[in-house]
Design a binder for this molecule. Structure first.
Ligand SMILES: Cc1cc2nc3c(=O)[nH]c(=O)nc-3n(C[C@H](O)[C@H](O)[C@H](O)COP(=O)(O)OP(=O)(O)OC[C@H]3O[C@@H](n4cnc5c(N)ncnc54)[C@H](O)[C@@H]3O)c2cc1C
Length: 322
């Protein structure tokens, strides 16, 4: 893969950011310790803002000084480059995590852990997001990806999203403006940072019924997906047309005889062929090699070119389709 590093931070930017946000900035973090796939070179500067005001200040400063940045959540849908990250990495996680409930409306900050949101809703007797209970990301990443399971997406219950644009200004979006479609939203294109999400849920089910549904979902996921080796969830998005003719991506990949195929320490999982696992020291290029190989073989067998759900993060912070 060709890599361009056109705009990067310099040492004065790093020093200034460390002075401005002393408790939130860390330098030279190996992405293999940060990322779910456990791959990637070093991130030169990671900042974990604790609240909206710190984020506004940070984004304004970056804008005024023309310093590029990238936003990440729990990295469960990201493949970092072996060359690392040369721009400011804004990591949104449990330091920016709060859920407020008013009747059947939840107002949630983006660093909330998705299973925690599902559990909180269940305890409040609110249903509609049981399907997200096993997704190991943050709410911000979930909304950007319109994530969900059982062919559902979080977008169907989102009523309002607040963001900060690259210049540091707050904006709000109603559901229609979010452009939700299968595993996609407008936030994959507009470079804005989600600061708050509002959901309206259904209060007509009993807590016990919601709990039982979540338990059934967790149980069925437990046996199907590899849990011990680092991975990024399903690699390829299910295509309804391909599904009706050949089955799920996992089934198709398996039927093409690709289960267990390895490149370096990356492997098409033996347990579920739509997962690529890191057996130890896999590199991003090993994973990309397997993705390309699987896509090519499936295309030759079926005529369908599968779309990759995970995104590649280049050293200059660009988030690209693989
Ligand atoms: C074991 C496993 C199982 C999974 N199962 C599922 C599943 O069943 N269904 C499903 O849909 N997904 C699944 N995933 C994928 C992934 O968990 C989801 O897409 C998740 O919601 C991403 O959240 P994240 O915090 O990890 O985001 P990241 O991977 O860190 O980022 C994803 C995207 O969101 C952007 N982003 C993150 N936070 C913000 C923010 N606050 N503001 C603006 N942009 C932001 C990033 O720039 C990036 O473009 C799974 C992953 C794993 C590892």
């Amino acid at each position: 893969m060709e890599i361009f590093v056109d705009k990067i931070m310099d040492i004065t930017h790093k020093k200034k950011l460390k002075t401005l946000f002393p408790e939130s900035v860390e330098l030279d973090i190996p992405l293999s310790t940060l990322s779910q796939w456990k791959v990637g070179g070093n991130a030169e500067l990671v900042v974990r803002p604790k609240n909206k005001f710190e984020l506004i200040e940070l984004r304004k400063w970056l804008y005024e000084h023309n310093v590029p940045s990238v936003v990440i959540g729990n990295t469960t849908n990201l493949l970092f480059s072996d060359e690392g990250l040369k721009v400011v990495c804004i990591k949104i996680d449990n330091t920016f995590s709060n859920i407020a409930i008013s009747d059947n409306m939840l107002t949630v900050t983006p660093g909330v852990w998705v299973p925690e949101l599902a559990r909180t809703a269940m305890k409040a007797g609110l249903s509609g997001i049981e399907h997200i209970c096993g997704i190991p990301g943050t709410v911000g990443g979930l909304v950007v990806m319109n994530g969900g399971s059982q062919r559902k997406g979080i977008g169907s219950v989102v009523t309002r999203v607040e963001t900060i644009n690259t210049a540091g200004a707050l904006k709000t979006y109603n559901n229609e403006e979010c452009g939700f479609s299968y595993r996609s939203s407008i936030f994959q294109q507009n470079n804005e940072l989600i600061t708050e999400v509002q959901l309206i849920l259904d209060d007509s089910k009993s807590k016990e019924a919601i709990r039982q549904e979540m338990l059934a979902i967790l149980l069925s996921r437990r046996g199907k997906f590899p849990r011990k080796q680092p991975n990024c969830g399903s690699v390829f998005v299910s295509n309804p047309d391909m599904y009706s003719r050949y089955g799920t991506p996992g089934k198709v990949i398996e039927n093409c005889g690709l289960k267990g195929m390895t490149q370096g320490d990356a492997q098409v999982s033996d347990l579920h062929a739509n997962f690529i696992i890191n057996k130890g020291n896999a590199k991003a290029i090993d994973i990309i090699y397997l993705i390309n190989k699987v896509r090519e073989v499936v295309y030759n067998h079926t005529g369908y070119k599968m779309v990759v759900e995970a995104k590649f993060v280049s050293p200059n912070g660009e988030i690209r389709n693989i």
